[in-house]
Design a protein around this ligand. Structure first.
Ligand SMILES: N=C(N)NCCC[C@H](NC(=O)CCC(=O)O)C(=O)O
Length: 441
């Protein structure tokens, strides 16, 4: 069956700020307490969506979550009116208000793991929400993520949305950021490669930074998504690169159709994995970047692999990169040679995503890939599909509600809470989502 890849991008929320919440994500640590610009962040994301939609790549949008998350602050013992809860948390334990205010749901590559209908036993598209339990500020996303995905994929005949795995370390799950799909045309059955950082034995785990994804979680997601067991491969990420700041597999590898573009140090037992994939994937084309051309450190700093690899109808591919990759001489030299060499990647497209990048989120983090047949595409809530009208509406919405400067100290302002709710209320009307946010229920 013919199918297309639709990229669903996360829209940056009104409380986007830099709080150093993600130990193991070096950009997050480095930019802690710097001044952010939520308005610019949202516009940078919208620019990417619009440019890719204009270039003919189907594009949709996923809304931000309600922040600050008053419910979770109440769960932690702060009481009173919503404004008082925020004020008490902000003055007594500012880092908890930061965590409850993080706009981290923008990185929707971590929202869920998706299995296209061509790969599933019941012929439906499956989405399992990620529990993100390695980081407190991210673990609180799952409940609303599920509501939002149900409002977007709101047709039970075509789509099956699963709640997140149990919220314990044993089932740490970070969604599509640790998942690749390799095969021929999008509508053909393909091999799903689940990448984990640690297994139950703890053997060969990273020592400096946490491994967020477990093998047990990946196995559970494959089961929930009803992926044909013959099409599943589990592989361990190289623990040494996790210790160098590669906190998700999509910081060191990206796949599209038959191509796997990755660093030569991306996986544990990489040769064995590539041989296995070569047996399974017709025309398998690994492109491994050697350390002498690009070090792991340069890959982490420039997010060269956190790129989107997008297919054109003629089979050629475009690599969508962050500005940081172009600014780095060695990385750009490598990429300039890559597009001239004999492989499907024929064009580089660069975006300024600096506001998201400073928290460790590149082009690939900002999008969730969903392969859909024509009939499935028609079953998606049409109001989230990007086009000129939606782009203009969302830009005006951002202009109206977003601030152009935010620090941790600003989070305690009760006006921010009110602005956020007013804005999200308007957004649910624009995107026809119904009541997905706690303040609407
Ligand atoms: N690679 C992918 N797919 N996603 C990137 C997620 C970045 C996110 N950063 C943060 O959550 C930083 C928030 C802060 O420090 O304020 C994270 O570490 O989970």
């Amino acid at each position: 069956m013919k199918a297309h890849e639709v990229n669903f991008d996360g829209l940056v929320g009104l409380t986007h700020h830099y709080a150093g919440l993600s130990f193991g994500n070096e950009a997050s640590t480095k930019h802690r307490f710097q001044i952010s610009n939520p308005k610019l962040a949202a516009k940078q994301g919208l620019q990417k969506m619009k440019a890719l939609a204009d270039a003919g790549f189907p594009q949709a949008v996923i809304p931000p979550q309600e922040r600050p998350n008053v419910e979770v602050l109440r769960q932690l013992g702060f009481s009173g009116s919503d404004e008082q809860v925020v004020e008490k948390a902000g003055t007594q334990v500012p880092h908890l208000l930061s965590a409850a205010s993080s706009a981290s749901s923008m990185w929707v590559a971590n929202a869920a793991t998706v299995a296209p209908s061509a790969d599933t036993l019941d012929g439906k598209v499956h989405l399992t929400v990620a529990n993100l339990n390695n980081k407190f500020h991210r673990a609180t996303e799952a409940v609303t993520t599920e509501r939002v995905l149900r409002a977007i994929f709101n047709n039970a005949e075509r789509f099956s949305v699963h709640e997140a795995l149990p919220q314990v370390a044993m089932f740490g799950d970070e969604g599509a950021a640790n998942h690749n799909r390799l095969g021929g045309h999008y509508g053909d059955p393909a091999t799903q490669l689940f990448v984990y950082g640690r297994d139950e034995s703890g053997h060969n785990a990273p020592v400096r930074y946490p491994a967020r994804q477990t093998l047990a979680a990946s196995q559970a997601v494959a089961r929930l998504n009803q992926v044909n067991p013959g099409q599943v491969v589990f592989a361990q990420q190289n623990p040494n690169v996790i210790d160098q700041g590669v906190f998700h597999n999509d910081v060191i590898a990206v796949s599209n159709r038959q191509v796997l573009f990755c660093h030569e140090q991306a996986f544990a037992q990489q040769d064995k994995l590539l041989a296995n994939l070569a047996d399974r994937v017709p025309g398998f084309t690994p492109i491994q970047v050697p350390t002498h051309a690009v070090s792991v450190q340069d890959a982490v700093e420039t997010y060269l692999f956190n790129s989107q690899l997008l297919s054109r109808d003629d089979g050629s591919m475009m690599l969508v990169l962050p500005q940081e990759s172009e600014n780095h001489q060695g990385v750009w030299r490598y990429l300039s040679e890559l597009v001239k060499a004999d492989n499907p990647i024929s064009e580089l497209k660069v975006f300024d995503l600096r506001e998201s990048m400073a928290n460790g989120g590149g082009p690939a983090c900002l999008r969730l890939r969903v392969v859909l047949t024509q009939a499935e595409m028609q079953a998606v809530n049409p109001a989230v599909m990007m086009n000129d009208t939606l782009f203009n509406t969302l830009n005006n919405w951002v202009d109206r509600y977003y601030r152009d400067q935010l620090t941790q100290a600003d989070l305690v302002d009760p006006q921010l809470l009110r602005e956020g709710r007013e804005a999200l209320d308007a957004l649910t009307t624009i995107l026809q989502l119904g009541s997905v946010y706690p303040f609407q229920r």
